[in-house]
Design a protein around this ligand. Structure first.
Ligand SMILES: [Zn+2]
Length: 92
């Protein structure tokens, strides 16, 4: 029962081989690998969400700026879009 380390993340004692020393705000503390993996996972999900939000914002911005363009330019855009080859999806 001596070879345990207090994990500051889940405030529990873990076996020595389940924890690693991490530096947080200049202080070295023990943290278990499980909590590190979980925080990394949630950060990836946040990143993904952020990218989706950025793409959505860009799409909205493009749409808004297209509306503000003079009509001949809009017609040109429509022509360009119409001449584009149709996308074939799921052909494989
Ligand atoms: Zn822990």
């Amino acid at each position: 029962m001596t070879d345990t380390v207090f994990c500051y993340s889940c405030r529990k004692h873990h076996a020595r081989d389940e924890v690693t020393l991490v530096q947080s705000k200049g202080v070295k503390r023990w943290r278990c690998l499980k909590s590190i993996a979980e925080s990394r996972k949630s950060r990836d999900q946040r990143d993904l969400f952020g990218k989706e939000t950025t793409a959505l914002n860009q799409a909205i911005h493009r749409r808004q700026s297209a509306h503000s363009l003079p009509r001949p330019v809009l017609e040109l855009f429509g022509t360009l879009r119409g001449s584009a080859p149709p996308r074939i999806e799921g052909s494989m």
